[in-house]
Design a protein around this ligand. Structure first.
Ligand SMILES: C[C@H](O)[C@H](O)[C@@H](O)C(=O)CO
Ligand SMILES: [Mn+2]
Length: 417
């Protein structure tokens, strides 16, 4: 679309929104302060850089065989930069522990140190990117079904040591970037079939967490992520919703809402207001579950839109860290990043453009019909003209113009891998 048409459409949209009391200029400013934490694992199908990387385990699965997976740290960094060049705004990168710069050496998970992430810090600083971090309990000979909740003391100690080191690494990253590194802890622990030892596994998990969190840090923040079930771990999950929420409430930790980690009819958006009354902050892993935690690419659908609306309605943008978490190996992986990131941003934009004051007014006065009418009307207000303006001002391709850029990168780079 030509620039004049984008400008003209924006002017009409600006006036239209002003009629409903919305200042689109203010919303565009808010969008500039909205940073995603882009998950590094979409680029390489959650393989990482351990020289003896095993098959993906821990109840998660990448499906598809699209060519062009990033095979090493240079390719992954190049792909991330290409994706970021097509996403408006400035964003963070979320690393898993298995993505260290191991230089081809076998470094076991209980041996990782900041040294293995120094080149990430240097690269991130050079590119104006802030880093977040995750411990990795999966795809390891000691992963089995149980890590931090394992009654086998030797295995449990191995994972405690791994997780303690991950927190220490997150602290160093936070210090280096002058901004807290958000550290997420998710373990796959569970059981395929009925277990009669639930209490014991959860007691052990709690003890492991208490030991891990005994060290206090100033430059990182801890999050814990719950899950309903993993593949092959269908009957029991140690880190269930109740367990993790209880732990976060008691210990003032951040709770991670992964939108794929609930029963299919459960509404992740509805959790925001409840959680924020008891938990200091939230981390999000926004994904698109199709029938299960399938980790399809995020799109602009009701669950994502409603999640954003609930954050804005709770006036909680500064208490929410917005990460993405999907891994689709069936389509161009850079395209997957760009579609998912832009969909998340578009959803947040729509949430910020919602005429929430009028809606609240109607609600408080018992005007149910008017509230529902306005909710419907707001869906067709010209948010896309504001989005195009945001892309134009951010210097990234508008509308479909990112498609040929990704096609060209595929022809010149990823298809040659
Ligand atoms: C790579 C995983 O997606 C991630 O660590 C975890 O957040 C998860 O969502 C597992 O289902
Ligand atoms: Mn997740």
């Amino acid at each position: 679309m030509e620039t004049e048409k984008i400008l003209a459409a924006y002017e009409i949209a600006r006036e239209r929104y002003a009629e409903f009391g919305i200042d689109t200029e203010k919303v565009l400013e808010q969008m500039d302060g909205f940073h995603l934490s882009l998950h590094c694992w979409q680029a390489d199908d959650v393989v990482g850089f351990e020289p003896k990387a095993g098959a993906l385990s821990g109840g998660i699965q990448t499906t598809g065989n699209y060519p062009g997976r990033a095979r090493n740290i240079e390719e992954l960094r190049a792909d991330i930069l290409k994706a970021l060049s097509l996403i408006p705004g400035t964003h963070r990168l979320n690393l898993h522990a298995i993505y260290g710069d191991f230089q081809g050496k076998s470094v076991d998970r209980d041996e990782i140190t900041i040294e293995h992430f120094q080149s990430w810090i240097d690269w991130a600083l050079a590119n104006g990117i802030k880093l977040d971090f995750n411990s990795s309990s999966f795809s390891h000979p000691k992963s089995g079904n149980l890590s931090l909740s394992n009654p086998n003391e030797k295995i449990r100690r191995f994972w405690i040591e791994h997780t303690r080191r991950c927190r220490a690494i997150a602290e160093e990253i936070g210090k280096a970037q002058g901004d807290p590194c958000i550290f997420n802890l998710w373990v796959h622990d569970g059981s395929k079939d009925i277990t009669v030892n639930r209490y014991n596994y959860r007691r052990i998990f709690k003890e492991s967490l208490d030991e891990i969190f005994a060290v206090k840090y100033d430059n990182m923040k801890d999050c814990l992520e719950s899950k309903t079930f993993g593949i092959g771990l269908e009957s029991f999950t140690t880190g269930s919703l109740e367990f993790i929420v209880g732990y976060c409430v008691e210990n003032k930790k951040i709770y991670t809402i992964d939108t794929g980690h609930y029963h299919p009819l459960e509404d992740a958006a509805d959790k925001v207001s409840s959680m924020l009354l008891y938990i200091p902050e939230l981390m999000l892993h926004v994904t698109r579950g199709v029938r299960w935690d399938s980790d399809h690419v995020t799109i602009m659908e009701d669950p994502t839109l409603n999640l954003c609306k609930e954050i804005v309605r709770a006036d909680a943008l500064d208490r929410v860290h917005f990460g993405l978490d999907y891994f689709d190996a069936s389509i161009n992986r850079i395209g997957a990043y760009v579609i998912g990131a832009r969909a998340a941003q578009q959803s947040m934009l729509c949430a910020l453009l919602e005429p929430v004051e009028s809606l609240r007014d109607y609600e408080e006065n018992g005007h149910g019909f008017q509230r529902l009418a306005m909710l419907e009307i707001s869906k067709s207000l010209p948010w896309n003209a504001v989005w195009d303006m945001y892309c134009l001002r951010s210097g990234v391709p508008v509308c479909d113009k990112y498609i040929p850029v990704i096609e060209q990168y595929e022809a010149q780079v990823t298809s040659k891998r």
